[in-house]
Design a protein around this ligand. Structure first.
Ligand code: PLP
Length: 326
């Protein structure tokens, strides 16, 4: 199927940017002298934090979901949208569907964070639970799509989702100009692939680096071996990156445009959550800290560099947040 598809290009991100204009927030880009000094005591580094924790529904996923639904035909709109997600994509689809005036059904793991389940229902989504350790969500999704005629929009392996996610990095480059390095959280690869498309056009010399949890380094293995590696569901506090493999559309872009993939530990994520809370007064969810942790914890050296860091989301219940940072 993929062999015949036109490869995704930056033009797809530009079109997505026009579609989401006025619906998505243009999120702020923050800087921190404390962070700059932490990564380069000599004063040569500047970090630019693109704060998608301030996006609508609390994560960048609104961009891809809204872009995908905006392209529905009248017939697709009548039956509604279906998806599976561990959380943020669920909320993104539910909110985007409500804004578009169509129905949404969401297949969620029965151990998904309570806050994310509640928020999905608040946005009007119908939640259908499954067991992530014994059942296959892709299969359940295909079956329900067939039974109800709904259009399945998966969380990352979809061209319109990838193009939508790429608009965050587009805004970052539009705001701060070219960068030496762009660090991007990595789960299934929607955000990383989209970001790489934007970098390829707006900052062609920028190194694009994916950052995934140490326990779930399937992306790193895939980039190094040249084929999609499946590792099973990784155990990590980064619940938004608990994917077992990259998507096919995602890998096509990632192998073409991404320079490297590095990993960070759960402890490094917690240290980064603390940094954001104490120093920058921000609540960032564990997965949202992946890219920042790579820079702040010294995993990826950035001394002397102009660095973009995508903070991907801020949805974490306060009880869980308190327990993690205590
Ligand atoms: C989904 C998600 C990710 C991972 O994004 P992919 O497109 O699956 O790689 C990272 N951070 C947050 C907060 C997310 O919700």
């Amino acid at each position: 199927m993929l062999e015949n598809a036109t490869p995704l290009q930056y033009g797809d991100v530009e079109q997505a940017a026009a579609r989401i204009d006025g619906a998505a927030h243009r999120t702020p880009v923050l800087t921190s002298r404390t962070a700059d000094a932490a990564v380069d005591p000599a004063g040569g580094a500047t970090l630019f934090f693109k704060c998608e924790n301030f996006q609508r529904m609390g994560a960048f996923k609104f961009r891809g979901a809204y872009n995908a639904i905006a392209r529905f035909t009248e017939e697709q709109r009548r039956a509604g949208v279906l998806t599976y997600s561990s959380g943020n994509h669920a909320q993104a689809i539910a909110l985007s569907a409500r804004l578009a005036g169509i129905r949404a059904a969401i297949i969620m793991p029965n151990d998904a964070p309570a806050l994310k389940v509640a928020a999905t229902r608040e946005y009007g989504g119908e939640v259908i639970f499954y067991d992530r350790y014994t059942e296959n969500r892709e299969e359940i999704g295909r079956r329900l799509a067939q039974e109800r005629g709904m259009t399945l929009i998966p969380p990352y392996d979809h061209p319109d989702v990838i193009a939508g996610q790429g608009t965050a990095a587009k805004e970052l480059f539009d705001d701060v100009g070219e960068l030496d390095v762009l660090l991007v959280p990595l789960g299934g690869g929607g955000l990383l692939a989209g970001s790489a498309l934007s970098a390829s056009a707006l900052s062609p010399n920028c190194k694009v680096i994916g950052v995934e949890p140490e326990a779930g380094n399937d992306g790193q293995q895939s980039l190094r071996t040249g084929r999609i590696v499946d590792i099973g569901v990784p155990q990590t506090i980064a619940d938004g990156a608990q994917t077992s493999h990259l998507g096919q559309h995602n890998f096509e872009v990632i192998r073409r445009l991404v320079d490297d993939i590095v990993t960070v530990s759960d402890d490094q994520l917690v240290a980064t959550m603390k940094f954001f809370a104490e120093r920058m007064k921000m609540v960032v969810e564990p997965t949202g800290c992946l890219a920042a942790a790579a820079a702040l914890q010294g995993v990826y050296p950035v001394a002397g560099k102009k660095v973009g860091i995508l903070i991907s989301g801020g949805n974490v219940d306060l009880a869980r947040f308190a327990k993690l940072v205590a």
